[in-house]
Design a protein around this ligand. Sequence first.
Ligand code: AVJ
Ligand code: FE
Length: 505
Amino acid sequence: MTDPRTSRHNTAENQATSVPSASSAPAAPHAPSDPAGAPHAPAPGSAAAGTATAGSDPAARALAALRTARHRTGVLTDSVTDDDLVAQHSRLMSPLVWDLAHIGNQEELWLVREAGRRTGVRPDLDHLYDAFRHPRADRPALPLLGPAEARGYVAQVRDETLDVLSGVDIDPDHPERLLAGGFVFGMLAQHEAQHGETMLATHQLRSGPAVLDAPAPPPAPADAATLPREVLVPGGPFTMGTSTEPWALDNELPAHQVGVAPFWLDTVPVTNGRYADFIAAGGYRDPAWWTPEGWRHVQEAGLEAPLFWSRDGDRWIRRRFGHLEPVPADEPVLHVCWYEADAFARWAGRRLPTEAEWEKAARHDPETGRSRRYPWGDADPGPQHANLGQRHLQPAPAGSYPEGAAPSGARQLVGDVWEWTSSDFSPYPGFAAFPYREYSEVFFGPDYKVLRGGAFGVDPAACRGTFRNWDYPIRRQIFSGFRTARDADPDRDGTSGTPAGGGAA
Ligand code: AVJ
Ligand code: FE
């Protein structure tokens, strides 16, 4: 494993003063955006300059993010019986009790032992909760901590964590990269939040009556029905990735310029209704729409519709966290694999966006030339911007969250569903693994496709314009959807053309 105390590879750009907050944190000030040929230091007194509220204090934000993540862990693990906690609900997933103790083990490994330089709570458990030592399917057979032991263990580790936090300097310019800006606290809060999403996927795979509950998202705003089908993203270079976001993970670094040709992007994610059209048109039976590997997979796996869909007479129904319900036509499609997203796009005469296109659509502000932290600007996500944090247990209708729109007019780029891109998971130029190779580096290459934007199950602390997720192209138990794109015609479209075709997607 990489020595976590290796030097920082960044420059003064790293001296950002605030970090993304958890949903429970106070309204937060803004971190400087990444430069794109424009000065990136916020003007004094401007909205981006930040204010000295609790939200800008790295320790307060670390605490809030850790608490929010632990609250979700509690909901997801206390809502089932102990038998359910140790059971394996799918060979694709760990028993929930493994995720629980793994959360504690990573926290003691990186935060308490490595950054806090303490002996830790149960170093003897490292091997049991090392994801690389035991594939998910094998985990139920391990001599794991039982439910009560696992709960006690994570609580003990958390006590140590809070003790470390209260005694350590986490200034943004701290010489130790793990501590600077509270990175290691943010990293562990994000790790727990990521497992919160993984555990949510386990809940979705689990059979039996519903145990989780959340209010439905609000109905779509009035203008959702009249949105243009697609938006034009102008060509030219933009800043991809980040060198300023204090809690960005290694694969998001460093900021670099990328040229993107002008393209059209769906205003909203592809909906269940549109996806059902693809099914009804025989999309799963025509090899013309599929790559050779995709077609082989459709045949072998017998795919006919998104995961959790079934036929009820002439309509589609779905199982969602223990509830059987009609598939809502206006919601972004969920639980499709990359092969399905890619085939739909081809059938629609379009294609998936590249990862760079997605990020340009989500972050580039044509007026300033800067890349924003989020589609709506630099402010941390609020409930008006995006469907995140398991506030709702389903995507919001297509066209929701006008306040979360990107400069191009595209909506729901962040939140609701992870969006498959056409790109393989690759390092950015200048990538350096930190603090360990097994977070990103060992996954780089053609086996994994990148997903962007985050879903309703993701905590705001583990989601931003630069955040990169990845998975195998066959995976669909994750909260995955997509939107489609097409090249712009430089003669016809210029940089401010009118979309072809009308009506919302
Ligand atoms: C970024 C979601 C692909 O779950 O494999 C959790 C996150 N890494 N523990 C995963 C992660 C280590 C990772 N993904
Ligand atoms: Fe993990």
